[in-house]
Design a protein around this ligand. Structure first.
Ligand code: RAM
Length: 361
């Protein structure tokens, strides 16, 4: 198997971006760095982790994705629901059909009334869902953010798919390699308030400041709202408005698939490069027809699986969400909680025509 991990670049990037990472964390509000400091926010009053506590049986978990009709979110949540069976829990998925924060709020309120043990949320807007999630925490419902974070004080842990810094920087590097380091580029994102995309874009912008990328000019960040049709139209709009555009980064599986579909049927095919985050199943035909050379993603199944085990560990008192705590995540092994209550799944994989047929998700 040809899995290209980008570890060396990742290491090199860490030192240079620590200042940015700090400023991003500061924007997020209160930080979580000790078990005792978390006690009040959670309302449960009992903030002591017992790493040897057995996982409780019959736990009720609910996944609240950004939107239900997004193939990526479906893979993540189905894997999380299947994982819950391993520890004899019950899990379900509920959520809006568009990636809007206001509709997520009403789902949170319903889940509180239904007294779930844990709510797992991919936040459409860090601030909009924060108050209702705090309400849930005050009723001892554990909150796991996954995929897209809320503010640290509004959840117990955040299961991050990969290092945000690595995702952002590697997207710029991938595109730069494809267009020879020169020309106008654009970003086609998800919604304007999506925490995950916005964090990645900040790292992309920081990466673009490096001398080796001085030939690249970011002309526009467009938003397709993780809606297939809107993403398709935004791609068309970008290409018309910027006739010299050389490449697009779309850090969303919905966006990159729609952009690839537009480009593959247009005069821009083979002329404008496209990279970003996509599922191999959605992108296969665009890699095979030459529209896309390389793109990346982590395994969404593992993200849902890890989130489910984190929810169970929290609900069983094995962890509280404090930095340094550890828990066992079934087949993924032991995982530890880092700064700001963040657990990182692992590095992304880069897909191209040589390896894409080995991946089926
Ligand atoms: C879309 C969503 C999701 C993101 C992936 C990469 O499916 O925006 O939040 O993580 O793309």
């Amino acid at each position: 198997m040809t899995i290209r991990l980008r570890a060396p670049r990742r290491l090199a990037a860490v030192a240079t971006a620590s200042a940015l990472a700090l400023s991003l964390a500061a924007c997020g509000g209160t930080t979580k760095d000790s078990a005792s400091g978390d006690g009040d926010a959670k309302g449960g009053g009992n903030a002591t982790a017992n790493p040897n506590a057995p996982l409780k049986k019959g736990l009720k978990l609910a996944f609240l994705p950004k939107q239900v009709n997004n193939p990526y979110e479906t893979i993540v949540d189905n894997a999380g629901i299947a994982a819950a069976k391993e520890f004899e829990g019950e899990a379900k998925e509920v959520g809006p059909s568009d990636a809007s924060a206001s509709s997520q709020v009403s789902y949170i309120n319903t889940l509180i009334q239904q007294r779930h043990d844990a709510i797992l949320i991919a936040a459409n807007d860090a601030n909009a869902v924060c108050g209702p999630l705090k309400q849930a925490m005050s009723k001892n419902i554990k909150i796991v953010a996954y995929d897209s974070d809320t503010n640290p004080e509004c959840r117990d842990v955040f299961i991050n798919q990969a290092s945000s810094e690595e995702i952002g920087r590697s997207e710029v590097k991938l595109l730069s390699e494809q267009i020879g380091g020169k020309g106008e580029i654009a970003i086609l994102s998800a919604t304007a308030n999506a925490t995950n995309q916005n964090t990645w874009i900040k790292f992309m912008q920081d990466e673009l400041k490096k001398p080796e990328h001085s030939g690249l000019k970011l002309v526009k960040v467009a938003y397709g709202d993780d809606d297939d049709q809107k993403s398709f139209q935004q791609t068309q709009g970008l290409l018309q408005a910027y006739p010299n555009l050389k490449g697009i980064i779309s850090p969303t599986t919905v966006g990159i698939a729609a952009a690839a579909r537009y480009i593959s049927g247009s005069k821009y095919k083979g002329k404008v490069a496209l990279t970003g985050l996509g599922t191999p199943d959605q992108m296969r035909k665009f890699v095979k027809d030459g529209t896309v050379k390389e793109f990346e993603l982590w395994d969404p199944k593992n993200l849902g699986y890890l989130a489910s085990y984190a929810a169970a560990a929290l609900s069983s008192g094995q962890i509280t969400g404090a930095q340094g705590e550890k828990f066992k995540a079934g087949k993924l092994g032991e995982r530890s909680i880092g700064a700001n209550g963040e657990v990182i799944l692992g590095p992304p994989t880069v897909f191209d025509s040589k390896n894409i047929d080995q991946y089926h998700f």
